[in-house]
Design a protein around this ligand. Structure first.
Ligand SMILES: [Zn+2]
Length: 96
């Protein structure tokens, strides 16, 4: 982990760790430094994965959740968009 940072001594003679990937400077705190690397190594799924695999998987999980439920509530909401056209949304909610 330490090779991911450049170490510098600040004006108060304390060690600062500068991330080689994003140049963010962090104090000498092992937990904080490890956390930073964990977050910076997170990669957002590609558009194709979002629009196909993940969306389909989420849709199937939602459909199954709704089918397993015995009680439903129909909720509606209405508003005007910037063209003053009425937009009405309908949602089915479950107690889950
Ligand atoms: Zn970084």
């Amino acid at each position: 982990m330490w090779d991911q940072y450049n170490i510098r001594i600040d004006e108060k003679c304390k060690e600062c760790y500068k991330c080689k990937a994003c140049n963010k400077e962090l104090p000498k705190n092992e937990t904080q430094l490890q956390e930073h690397l964990s977050f910076s190594s997170f990669k957002i799924p590609l558009h194709h994965a979002f629009s196909n695999l993940l969306l389909n998987k989420e849709y199937q999980m939602t459909v199954q959740t709704v089918l397993d439920e015995t009680h439903y509530c129909l909720v509606s909401d209405g508003w005007l968009n910037i063209n003053k056209s009425l937009v009405i949304s309908y949602m089915i909610t479950t107690p889950i």
